[in-house]
Design a protein around this ligand. Sequence first.
Ligand SMILES: *Cc1c(COP(=O)(O)O)cnc(C)c1O
Length: 429
Amino acid sequence: MTNTVNNGGDIYDRRESEARSYCRGFPTTFTAARGSELTDESGRRYIDFLAGCSSLNYGHNDPDMKAALIEHIAGDGLAHGLDLHTDAKAAFLRAFETHILKPRGMDHRLMFTGPTGTNAIEAAMKLARKSTGRSNIVAFTNGFHGVSMGALAATGNGYHRGGAGTDLGGGITRLPFDGYMDGFDSADLLEQMLTDNSSGLDAPAAIMLETVQGEGGLNAASPEWVARIARLAREHGALLIIDDIQAGCGRTGGFFSFEGMGFTPDIITMAKSVSGFGLPLALVLVRPEHDVMGPAEHNGTFRGNNHAFVTARIAIEKFWADDSFQRSVEARAKVVEDGLQKLAAMIPGARLKGRGMMRGVDVGSGQLAGDICGQAFENGLIIETSGPEDEVVKILAPLTTPDTVLRKGIDILLDAARTTIDGNQIAAE
Ligand SMILES: *Cc1c(COP(=O)(O)O)cnc(C)c1O
């Protein structure tokens, strides 16, 4: 196939819904992607610090995943199979059991939901409610769990909530996330409310949280806070749901974001990078005693994407059979941290956010963060913002990004910040 320069032109304006979003910040037409780089129709290359919002933790078009997928398709392997047993599914389940669940002593089962993260959240919430016979779910400020109605009710962001066009109140109690208010420990509040019969908090079916809030501004909860929430959940008969859709698959170092915190969640949701290749695949890990949905009770035509099973198996075998990948991620995280410290030093009051390879800088305003990202794009770097006011410049580079590319991307970012800050100073004079 030739890459004819077909220049999207105004086709997007004429025919693509106003709901489009990322494409507005990166106004070109992309034609190819490999590793940590994208190429557009003019042949210009960009370093990718967005990585499909952490859906491409292993980079674009990993050669081993690509080869396995091509072989599967060439051999007329199933593309769609509802939730029929297939060789691809069995091989993925075996790899997941061998390299992820068994070494961590986890007895969880895998429930394949519809292929989006939000559908995994819907299933997780339903499982918790059905298993406990309770309806209330505790969720936290700045949490992001997706935009279908149940998940949206648990999501904090007012812009997304506003899109619902109807009341979302049902069945969610909102509490402050760790660090939401300086010097205030919301685990104390939760404990008090769970214990006080007159607090008005209905006994929760589940407490649901991200250990690092990806969309909500890279707020990283302290391991002690998360462990305490886990303990409170257990003591009060609520299930702990960890939404690892963005923070999982190595983004914070380990395969799960809660590793080393001293507890195992009852339910874990995964999507984004679980296929390894950017293919749609979502799953819910659930302990057997809470695996209470009847056959097809949580239904879906696309439960278990066979192409994604093929690449997801390779991802597990290639990156998670031992701890060498995890150690390399930890080394890269240090490079990112050093770079972002330099960025923070340029801006009075700026703060480093996040954990692992899920890092950013709160630059204090959405305008400044957006201008820096816009300038970075001009200079060949794709990077986005996060947070309630989009005030956090957020690095989500593929975890496989070679050191040279990582450093080059960070240099572009720092240059972009310098240019933006200098431009603002000149404008102010
Ligand atoms: C992206 C995301 C979701 C929603 O996943 P979709 O595939 O976009 O529906 C849910 N939770 C977290 C933490 C996410 O980052």
